[in-house]
Design a protein around this ligand. Sequence first.
Ligand SMILES: C[S@@+](CC[C@H](N)C(=O)[O-])C[C@H]1O[C@@H](n2cnc3c(N)ncnc32)[C@H](O)[C@@H]1O
Length: 290
Amino acid sequence: MGRTISETLKSTTEIFWKKDIESPRVEAELLLGHILNLKRTELYLDSQRVLSSEQEERLKRLVEKRLKGKPLQYVIGETEFFGLKFKVDSRALIPRPETEILVSKVIEYFKKEKKESDHLKIIDIGTGAGNIAIALAYHLKNSFIYAIDISSEALSLAKENAEINKLEDRIEFLCGDLFASLEGKNLEQKIDAVVSNPPYVKKEEKDILPKEVRDFEPGVALFVKEGLYQKIIDQSVMFLKKGNGILVLETGFNQAQKVRKIIEAKTEFASTEIIKDLAGIERVVFAIKR
Ligand SMILES: C[S@@+](CC[C@H](N)C(=O)[O-])C[C@H]1O[C@@H](n2cnc3c(N)ncnc32)[C@H](O)[C@@H]1O
């Protein structure tokens, strides 16, 4: 007789706990839920169900991968962002919950301006798995997004995610450095929002990153090249609409004030705002073009 869901959860949690996995119970629930195709709460409603030997075998393989340090989302191969499903693998960064703040701010702004149903044009620089672009396209029903990345691998994953979420007709994926791939598209002064969650970890901070981030997520998505924010801000000016185009940038720990200063040094922007995440960290810089 095989083990029940309840017994399996208990022993998997113990294995993770002994190996110092940060949230052992939650990770055990997510892994088992993935294998059984059940939501976390459903595991408890069906706690006496017995696992088949095939399910036990799959769980064992996934637990082994996790114990080797592979992030849970890569082990499972998917994650949730802004209530939507995303495929994730080593081609792109795992979407982080704090990036949902940027997405909320953009949607909230266009709702407040009563423009959420307009034919908005949005540029997402460094789209990665496509999470920001796809979440915006989903919630701003008539928008069109130009999703750009320097990594063709990340873009191939982003395209798959657009198809999974049935939004491929409303997003154009472009490969290139910052805004370069938009040349000749006649988008100057026509963009309602430029959004970006660029790489923002300094190379010298590599050693303080958690091992599972440093060893498994793509370096091009993590490590910033000097002057990247300045370049995004400078080049965004050319594309944003006069009067109400918005620039919304995610920043790393202790970086928001510096980024705000770069924006405020430019006469093209009328106002700026900093939004904190749930941990009280300044996370997003928001600016409106004059
Ligand atoms: C921090 S990740 C963000 C991914 C995704 N937008 C998110 O929020 O989860 C940064 C992304 O920027 C891309 N990138 C880095 N340098 C770039 C550049 N010069 N031009 C365009 N994209 C770049 C990386 O390949 C990576 O996918």
